[in-house]
Design a protein around this ligand. Structure first.
Ligand code: BEZ
Length: 253
């Protein structure tokens, strides 16, 4: 069964609080190395900032995301963007490559996603992606667990995310029929230009939305208070403990 996040996505809020997400996508875009004339699927395209870069390389791109507001923002960039869940891909043997940045950790179960990606690719096609990897946002997870735990909730049950190790994701890729060319964990401490509270407001509705409305702001303040000594540097900048899992795999036949 799909595990669907209760997160609501606002393109405007995302652009304000999380514009660093596509801006830091250069390494995975480099790993994709799109060629003119290639047909590429961008899985979890968000507002289309990276999709636009793939198209600028001369590829024809189809972009999909579950969030209607993000798809509308991608369409406003004149992209072929569609509302489709990663667990329900219906493309068949048509893409030279499938690309994904900072989205796969929201899509569970991974087996359904990988089966759809495999089907979408031409034989020999490549799957190139980056997602949250093992220990991603570990301090934030611990703080969220403590704060919702005090209120009788289990953060592990509420969490919409899945942050696999390289070994765990390699096994999933291979079970789905991919040959893994490269897979690695890349720690990437990430400054949050709009601060931790804006990050929490943008991404953690699954946790705070489970609390009574009157508890949400106090709980958010508690999370920030717990994390301040760990994630805020001497200049007052919040730096999140991001860990990336970056990979390139090939559909064998
Ligand atoms: C990430 O890209 O690692 C991420 C973003 C939002 C929530 C959790 C993880």
């Amino acid at each position: 069964m799909d595990q669907i996040s209760r997160q609501h996505w606002s393109a405007q809020r995302y652009a304000q609080a999380a514009h660093f997400v596509p801006a830091l996508g250069a390494p995975v875009l480099e790993l994709l190395a799109p060629e003119p004339g290639e047909h590429i699927l961008d899985l979890g395209c968000g507002d289309g900032v990276l999709t636009e870069k793939i198209a600028a390389a001369g590829a024809s791109v189809v972009a999909v995301d579950t969030a209607p507001d993000m798809v509308a923002a991608a369409r406003a960039r004149c992209l072929d963007a569609r509302v489709v869940a990663g667990q329900h891909l219906t493309f068949d043997g048509e893409f030279d490559a499938v690309f994904s940045n900072a989205a796969l950790h929201w899509m569970r179960p991974p087996e359904a996603v990988l089966a759809g990606v495999y089907r979408a690719l031409k034989p020999g096609g490549r799957f190139v992606g980056e997602m949250g990897g093992h220990n991603n946002t570990a301090a934030i997870m611990v703080a969220l667990s403590a704060v919702v735990g005090r209120r009788g909730l289990d953060a592990r049950r509420l969490s919409p995310w899945w942050f696999p190790s390289a070994a765990a994701y390699r096994a999933k890729l291979e079970a789905a029929g991919f040959a893994v060319d490269d897979i690695r964990i890349v720690p990437r401490p990430t400054p949050l230009p709009a601060g931790l509270e804006a990050w929490l407001d943008t991404f953690t509705e699954d946790f705070f939305g489970a609390l009574p409305p009157s508890e949400r702001m106090p709980a958010r303040t508690e999370v920030a208070d717990l994390l301040c000594p760990i994630l805020m540097d001497e200049t007052g900048t919040w730096i999140a403990d991001y860990v990336r899992l970056r990979f390139r795999a090939t559909r064998a036949c």
